[in-house]
Design a protein around this ligand. Sequence first.
Ligand code: FAD
Length: 403
Amino acid sequence: TPGVVIVGGGLAGVRTAEALRRNGYKAPITVVGAERHAPYDRPPLSKQLLLGTVAEDRVTLRTAAELASSRIELRLGLAAVALRREDSTVELSDGSVLPYERLVVATGARARTLPGHERAGVHALRTLDDALAVRAALATAANIVIVGGGFIGAEVASAARARGVPATVIEASANPLSGVLGPLISQACADLHSANGTRVLTDAVVAGFEGDEAVRAVSLADGRLIPADLVVCGVGVEPNVEWLADTGLDIDGGLRCDAAGRADSAGTVYGVGDVARWWHPLLGTANRIEHWAHAVEQAESVATTIAAGEPAELSAVPYVWSDQYGVKIQIVGRPDPGHEVTLVEGSLEQARFLALYTAEGGVRAAVAFGRPRLAARARPLVGRAVPLAEAISELGLATGVTA
Ligand code: FAD
């Protein structure tokens, strides 16, 4: 038997392979990865690696030898270029053809780019190579301009400030993350930037990059020119699905999967991690959730489904963290600007608090700044959408004040 072929050697791919073995799967497992680096972890790339507190050889998830000891074959520097479902094979970039019995698509996502991105001094931050380039550039940059005030942008700004580099964040909306967190909490994100000396330009849309060879400025749609020695763009990602075109699989906005990760009715093709758009029973929608915890949970679920032959459905509450200026920010569930926000613990001014988001009488999401234990305890409460008063009492807090 050709066993399981996993395309993509990132977190989701490696965790699926290991979980298959843990679940007693005996047939061959092959992981094919386009990058040349051993599988590595991405969260430290925009945090400790940029700060210089973690070296590049410490972000490795597993070496080829470690995987080989679990009889997992790792083939690096090879990309899948086409899928032929009719004969159950994957064509690789070296022209070879790999047969599979089950295929797991774990190709992740790539950074979205803006026109002019190829200019020297303009970077994205998705891969280890990107992070090494940004780290090297930060060492000599007179200043940095960050396009996009999302998680990656905020973490790069935070690392730049820690290294004493003047930083400007250009954000198209009213406040960083305002479309996700709503006005009150996104203001807390903006305040955290200001308190640490990062300039945030809001309602600012990038028109292009100026400079003959290397970037010298970022031009805005309103005509302003923002001088820039180094630019990092954090403007979202695109799922790596092009190699699945014309296969009959639904790849619109990510590989569409059911709640057990199956991309086809036969249970032959699966999707995990950032590339996959799973049906989410709790949310009642299909979503691509680009978070570390989901890649791990989906990998476990797909491995169980394949090894046990019974669909293991997942309905985990979305969870993501971000480290900014020494504050751990955690988001549980899917906050919506339309939710009512109640500060149930701590203070916005001190950037230490727990806020609960409610709709239709139940808690739908939680945002914590510097409150890791409360955030963890809030996750099951969000899963059950408990009433606000019940959540406050289950968390052992005094009555919250509606903000
Ligand atoms: P990836 O990690 O993208 O891995 C996919 C792999 O597949 C890549 O190596 C790619 O080269 C390879 N590949 C692509 N196409 C092909 C092909 N055709 N053939 C073969 N291989 C291919 N999440 C959090 O929850 N908290 C955080 O603090 C956080 N910080 C982050 C910081 C950064 C800088 C980044 C980039 C992400 C961060 N994330 C964070 C998100 C988290 O890292 C991702 O959710 C996770 O990496 C998803 O893993 P994945 O295996 O699905 O995809």
